[in-house]
Design a protein around this ligand. Structure first.
Ligand code: 13P
Ligand code: SF4
Length: 305
């Protein structure tokens, strides 16, 4: 089967089997084309909770599929590619954060959604890159322990000067590898272009940017802008999607370091195999994890409205 035939088979199978397909914006173009919803991690988690399908198929990484399961425990949630984890989500586990919490009992624990379901059970509220500033501002407590991404945390701290934000040494190894020198080089190669970056980049790179935002934020900004040329400082798929969406504009990638192997692991064949029952993985979480992690995600939705 060629790509178009495979896509047709997937569309047929998902209808037959009552499956809603979600694709994070870092997924390949041919996967986004067959998805019912695409977007950033916040949008996908809310979309998934509203659909009536009995089954959800996540084309993204494991924590995103876990978030869908937490929000829709009655549904069957499948992860198209079982190897697709997130290097940041795997950095901090529940025993480590339980120890840190003991040392700062007066702090509200704010967990980036890029964390495991098990870790979410002992946190107070989740945030995504698009909702972090708003949610932290809406928390009554002044003292915040922000985990795991110290770069997103530093960005939030700069936007919320009234808060006392404690950070740990975690982060996305893909975004954090980009240096200010990479950003300066791209800016001098494309002097007319605006630099748009994800807040998972280090503060010295964010300082050079014209816009800092989530994957959806970057896409919306570029689509609506009157400017014609952009350097995209997040996973390289975003530059590719934008180039198709806005053929009259030009999109450059900030660095070849911005390729996430986990996000690139899912193929159209994985999606097909998952739908025909020969691949993928069903996300199974025990009742205690579902209940305790949901508190943290419900708080995210409440404080983010
Ligand atoms: P968004 O929250 O912008 O979708 O980002 C998810 C992610 O994994 C970024 O690396
Ligand atoms: Fe995780 Fe970074 Fe990949 Fe996003 S880009 S999924 S934070 S490893």
């Amino acid at each position: 089967m060629n790509i178009a035939q495979l896509q047709q088979e997937i569309i047929k199978l998902k209808k037959e089997k009552d499956v809603c397909i979600l694709a994070h914006s870092y997924q390949a173009r041919e996967i986004c084309e067959i998805a019912d919803f695409t977007g950033d991690s916040y949008k996908l988690s809310v979309d998934a909770s509203k659909v009536s399908n009995r089954n959800i198929l996540m084309c993204g990484v494991r924590f995103m599929a876990e978030t869908c399961k937490i929000l829709s425990p009655e549904k069957t949630v499948l992860l198209a590619q079982p190897f697709a984890g997130c290097a940041m989500a795997d950095q901090m586990d529940k025993p480590l954060i339980a120890q840190v919490k003991e040392r700062c009992p007066d702090h509200t624990v704010v967990a980036y959604i890029n964390t495991t379901a098990a870790l979410k059970t002992i946190c107070d509220v989740c945030v995504t890159s698009s909702s972090a500033v708003k949610i932290v501002n809406n928390i009554e407590n002044k003292n915040i322990l922000f985990i795991p991404d110290c770069n997103l945390g530093a960005y939030v701290a700069a936007q919320c000067p009234d808060k006392n934000i404690k950070l740990l040494n975690g982060g996305c190894p893909i975004h954090a590898c980009v240096t200010p020198e990479d950003a300066q080089k791209a800016k001098s190669l494309y002097p007319e272009a605006e630099l748009l970056v994800h807040p998972e980049c280090v503060p010295a790179v964010c300082e050079l940017a014209d816009y800092i935002g989530s994957t959806s934020g970057i896409m919306d900004y570029a689509v609506k802008s009157d400017k014609k040329e952009f350097i995209i400082g997040t996973e390289i798929s975003i530059a590719e999607h934008l180039q198709y969406m806005c053929p009259d504009k030009t999109f450059h990638i900030l660095s070849l370091k911005l390729i996430c192997p986990n996000m690139k692991a899912t193929t159209l064949v994985d999606v097909y195999n998952c739908l025909n029952g020969t691949g993928g993985e069903e996300i199974v979480l025990d009742d205690d994890t579902l209940r305790d992690a949901k508190r943290c995600i419900d708080e995210m939705i409440r404080l983010g409205e």
